[in-house]
Write a protein that binds this ligand. Structure first.
Ligand code: PGA
Length: 262
């Protein structure tokens, strides 16, 4: 599908590359990593750079990132307002720590915590209510791809996870296409597979939202992104960034992914 000429959004979307540290890094380790990233990436302004440490390191990392070009994200949050929800973290609490982005519906949470599209959509609305920008993850398993169900799964997840978001909120939402079979496996989707899935998601957005909104939403690719494959992936017209797991745990490889993408 071609972007309407008057919008020409394919060139206008700024890349956003986020590191999902998952359950890694003590506070001390996190601080070493961000100090190195600040040095490596100090002059990069062409890309929105985000790190998503575990909750325990957010506060200290927020202080370390002050005045830098690296933004802070969290890996999850509660759909509820503050209250009696033992162990949960509310959007307001993240906001206080200068968190700007929050990953929602990562496949590991969908798999291990049985997080549904409905819960993801509630979290997305709660994130927007606190002016946080959700990074909403979708993606098919290998069995689903092999059964020819990729588009059906993506459609269900996109429609379910974005339910209730208006145009204004959608512009401030990022989607991460992460084929489950490519996460942490070293198997990256081919550029054609990635572009095809991203274009399909874009087409869904065009059906759901006004044109300016649908074409301005950034869609990240995630799943074994490395310095060596970053540029090829980012060169696809509908790939607007990356959500990086394993390769974001070392400053050099994450910085190289960012630099190689430009
Ligand atoms: P990976 O993880 O880069 O280690 O494959 C990506 C993700 O889960 O976001």
């Amino acid at each position: 599908m071609e972007c309407p000429e008057e919008l020409d959004m394919n060139k206008a979307r700024k890349l956003i590359i986020a590191g999902n540290w998952k359950m890694n890094k003590t506070v001390a380790e996190a601080l070493v990593l961000v100090q190195d990233l600040k040095l490596e990436l100090a002059n990069v302004n062409e890309v929105d750079i985000v790190v998503c440490p575990p909750f325990t390191a957010l506060s200290e990392v927020a202080i370390a990132l002050r005045g830098s070009n690296i933004r802070l994200g969290a890996q999850d949050m509660s759909e509820h307002k503050p209250g009696a929800y033992t162990s949960e973290i509310a959007a307001e609490m993240l906001k206080e720590l200068s968190v700007r982005y929050v990953i929602l519906g990562h496949s590991e949470r969908r798999q291990y915590q049985k997080e549904s599209d409905e819960v993801v959509s509630k979290k997305a609305r709660a994130a927007h209510a606190a002016s946080l920008q959700p990074i909403i993850c979708v993606g098919e398993t290998l069995a689903e791809r092999e059964a020819g169900q990729t588009e059906k799964i993506l459609e269900t997840q996109v429609l379910g996870s974005l339910a209730g978001l208006n145009n204004g909120q959608m512009v401030q939402t990022i989607i991460a296409y992460e084929p489950v079979w490519a996460i942490g496996t070293g198997k990256t989707a081919t550029t054609d597979q990635a572009q095809e899935a991203h274009a399909f998601i874009r087409a869904l957005l065009v059906k759901l939202y006004d044109d300016a909104t649908a074409w301005s939403v950034r869609i990240q690719y995630g799943g074994s992104v490395r310095p060596s494959n970053a540029l090829e992936l980012m060169s696809q017209p509908d790939v607007d960034g990356a959500l990086v797991g394993g390769a974001s745990l070392e400053a050099q490889s994450f910085a190289d992914i960012v630099k190689n993408s430009i």
